[in-house]
Structures are given as C-alpha cells and as structure tokens.
Design a protein around this ligand. Sequence first.
Ligand SMILES: *Cc1c(COP(=O)(O)O)cnc(C)c1O
Length: 420
Amino acid sequence: MNNKTFEMFSERVWLSTPTMHGEEWKYMEEAYKTNWMSTVGENLNEVERITAEKIGCKYAVALSAGTAALHLCMKLAGVRPGDRVFCSDMTFSATVNPVVYEGGVPVFIDTEYDTWNMDPAALEKAFELYPDVKVVVIAHLYGTPGKIDEIRAVCDKYGAKIVEDAAESFGAAYKGKQTGTFGDFSVISFNGNKIITGSSGGMFLTDSLEDADKVRKWSTQSRENAPWYHHEEIGYNYRMSNLIAGVVRGQLPYLEEHIAQKKMIYERYKEGFKGLPVSMNPIDFEKSTPNYWLSSMIIDPEAMCRQVRGEQEALYIPEYGKSCPTEILEILAKYNAEGRPIWKPMHMQPMYRMNAFVTREGDGRAKTNAYIFGGSVGTDGKPLDVGMDIFHRGLCLPSDNKMPAEVQDKVIEMIRSCFE
Ligand SMILES: *Cc1c(COP(=O)(O)O)cnc(C)c1O
C-alpha cells in the first residue's frame, strides 16, 4: 500500500518507444531522391538480405505488418474453414486473429510458469482431445523464448506444423539459434514499439524458396507471369513499402545495442526489487538468450492485496505490506510513467469466449470460457488457470531504451513504496 508522495516525472516515462539513430533518415531520403517510392527498391532488397542473415534463415520476405505475415502463414499451413488450431493463450490478439481470417477456430493452450509461454503439457492434453489438429501457433512472450524443444516434440508426435510468432523476440535465441527459425513458418514484426521498428512492417521467414515465392506473390495481389493482369489466386496488398524498408534498414545495425540496453533495464529492476515479494518475468538462462523487449514483474500470491477486474475497470483494497498490479499501474500513471497489464489471455477475451481452452490439469474436457467471466479466482480462492494467474498478479514495466538510470531508479522507488 502506497503512502508516499513523489515528484512528477517532467517527461513521460514510456513503456517502449522507437529509438532512431539517423541512418533511417538517410535511407528514406535515398528512396525519395531516386524515386523508388513504391514496394520495390534497394531498401527492400537490403532489409530482406540483412534480416535473413541475422536470423540465420535462407529467405525473408518484407511485408506491411507482422499480422499480414501471420495471415499468409495460416494460408501456407493450410488452415481451412472449421479447422481447429492450437494457439498460445497469453499473447497479443494479433497472434490469433489470422487463424480466424482463414475461417479457422482457435483452441487456446494454457501458459506455463517457467517462461510464461505455451505449456507443452497442456498442448499434449489438447492433442489427446483433438488428435486431428494440424497447426500450432506459438508466440515468444516479451522476447523470451518458450519451451521450444518440448513443443516441437509434441507437434512431431501428432504430425502438426508450427507457426512461430517471433514478433516480440527478434534477436532472441534458444540453444544458440535465433527465434524465427523454429517454426515451419515464422514471423517477426517491425511495429512501432518493437525492439527494431520501421514504424510498421513485418517479415515472413523461411528456408523454403517455394514458400518465400508464394508469400511474395500473395502479398503483391497474386499477379501471374502474363503480359496483362492475370490472376489464378486471391491476392493481398501486404508488401512492405521501400520507404518503410529504409527505416528498418537504418535500424537493423542497432539490434544488438538495443538488446544490451533492454538487458540493463531488466537487470536494474531485478536488483532494485531485491527484498520485495516480487519476481521478474522468468527466463531459462540455460537454454535461452532473450532480447528483453519488455521487463515485467509478478507479485507473490501472499503479497497481493485484493484486486478484482471487471470487463472495463478494476478495483482493489489497499493493504499494508501488500500491493497489486492495479495499484502499481495507478501510481506510475499518477507520476507520468507508463506501465501495462500483462496481455489479457485470449481465453478471457469476450470475442473468444466460446472457444475451447485447455489446461494441463483439466478434467479431460476442453472448457469453454463463458463461465470464467466475473472474476480471476474460483470459489476456493485459487486462480483458475496459469494465464489468468499471471494476468492477475503481473504487469509490464517502463522498458524504453532511452530511459535514464536515475528515472528507472525512481520508478523502482515508487514500486517499492507500494509494498510498505
Ligand atoms: C506486435 C505483435 C504482433 C503483430 O505485429 P504487427 O507488425 O503489429 O502486425 C503479432 N504478435 C505479437 C505477439 C506481437 O507482439
């Protein structure tokens, strides 16, 4: 419970904003001056070449957004109307919506506590319920790779393909290999708040020339090789602009620097929270090197004051020695700093309330979620599933590359005051 007052931050402390370096401008200007102001040009060629090299895949196809790339992945994976698709549950909605664009039906798989990603044990359970599922969509939350080996083993056992949403994890590695190489179809994003940005944009990543060619063709309205506009397939206007590619091109050399800055922010929080009943978002350091895109924290269950979240608003009861995400986010906002709740799990979203959701300890039946609305805990006071629990107790912290250490120290002090 917070009883202290602080000085306002004179400049807003952001969650994560673009960090520009100057070269972006040079490449945009080059595109302008040479009049390559459409969806072809040197910037596009270069960002595709450099990204494929950084990731360690053969081909990268630059698209207008990560979401567009995910959509084309669903087409490549053969998602058809009515097909069930297993999906990460605690993630941004853009991981999942492209399944629905193709008429597929997302089935949500609960989260594990070790990396906050898809739980392989829950995935196995889901295959026992629905052995015919052929596509699994996994995300690497906040730049931390999930349990890739275990998930791959389950998918191989059931002959399912993986769509890897590495939108948040560009530059992160698992067992020395970059994320973006683990899916049968993989995606990164250059959205404005990602670790490398084009202001918008995304990429499809693959080792298959055939798949790369298909994505290139679909993304440019599926024009066939004929003297006139000839179409055998439905197309999309999903290609990245050469101007946007100029921004990405200027950013790419700074990936490692951005990761180092984000890592320092994570470690400073970790150090600053010593002695508090909280932990940082968990990382399996033996297997993975994250990109530390967003630092997050979770409050120990015993140190949670009572907090209830409805559809649109939250209430809590302040208590000495305890706190909750709502209180911390309120304090940060009061002094001009931006935090954010953890991604609200997809199975808790009204638009997906009738979709199945599978936990590792389920009763052997997939639940639909209509009954979950109205609270974060069951009648026994325990969280109903892992995703809901992390959402209830966790939050994302200001993680902007450009945040000065003194400012972060004040953020830490504010958070510490909430546990007094
Ligand atoms: C940002 C993000 C996307 C979407 O990327 P856009 O480029 O904004 O379309 C997809 N999945 C996850 C997990 C994301 O964080």
